[in-house]
Design a protein around this ligand. Structure first.
Ligand code: GRF
Length: 231
């Protein structure tokens, strides 16, 4: 029986048995972009694919949301991208994520790109796409994790915050950092201004970082080696 909470708009997708790690027939990395809200980062990534730093390097395989009525999902559909959604409300994490993994696999993504996806991913999800799940966090993840990162910067009157793009692990914003970009907050007069300045950086930086990753120019940070023990 069809799950009534699942909606699916599939366009221009293939169902070949290409493995997750082999390059797409087009030679472009296939992106599954996941969101839960307005989707401004998704739109910036899609623009970079069409006419910016990801052109020729990546293609949008699907835009997925756990919130069927998310504005970002609607925006993606209007632009002609394949979209899919499964409502996460009231669902158990492991069971929900297993369904999401199955759905995403239909689109054979090379990278799962979280763009305001408000879910902690289950171990099964992480393992399925190990090393290929990215997130953008609007703060230095070594200093701030979770929600309200711009509020945190504003309330603490930080002169600068750092946008972080990192690989996703089972924690909340704890995965290995790929790259960080500073945002100058000096003179900001309101939270809205802090957010506006931050998002302007996010929109450019996420695509640039992904492009560098696809080109093999980036390597995630590794934990500092443990201090040598004295004999
Ligand atoms: C962005 O600030 C992003 O860094 C964070 O969630 C927000 C999503 O915004 N992870 P949008 O939906 O991309 O506009």
């Amino acid at each position: 029986m069809t799950n009534p909470r699942e909606s699916f708009n599939k366009k221009d997708t293939t169902t070949s048995s290409r493995s997750a790690t082999s390059p797409a027939p087009s030679g472009k990395a296939r992106l599954a972009i996941l969101l839960s809200g307005r989707g401004s980062n998704m739109l910036a990534l899609a623009r970079a694919v069409r006419e910016g730093g990801l052109q020729g390097l990546a293609e949008v395989a699907v835009v997925f949301s756990n919130i069927p009525e998310a504005a970002g999902l609607q925006a993606a559909a209007e632009l002609g991208y394949a979209t899919a959604s499964i409502d996460s409300r009231g669902r158990k994490r492991a069971e929900f994520d297993a369904e999401v993994v199955a759905k995403l696999r239909e689109f054979q993504p090379d990278y799962v790109v979280l763009a305001g996806y408000m879910r902690i991913l289950s171990p099964t999800f992480i393992r399925t796409f190990a090393g290929r799940i990215l997130n953008i966090h609007p703060a230095d993840t070594h200093q701030h994790q979770g929600l309200h990162a711009y509020e945190w910067a504003w309330e603490n009157r930080l002169p600068e915050t750092k946008i972080t793009v990192h690989l996703v692990d089972e924690g909340l914003d704890t995965g290995p950092v790929l790259a960080q970009a500073p945002v100058d907050l000096r003179g900001a007069q309101s939270l809205e201004e802090v957010e506006q300045r931050g998002l302007a950086v996010e929109h450019q930086f996420y695509a640039d970082t992904l492009a560098r990753l696809i080109r093999g120019e980036l390597h995630p940070e590794t934990p500092a080696p443990a201090a040598a023990t004295q004999p």
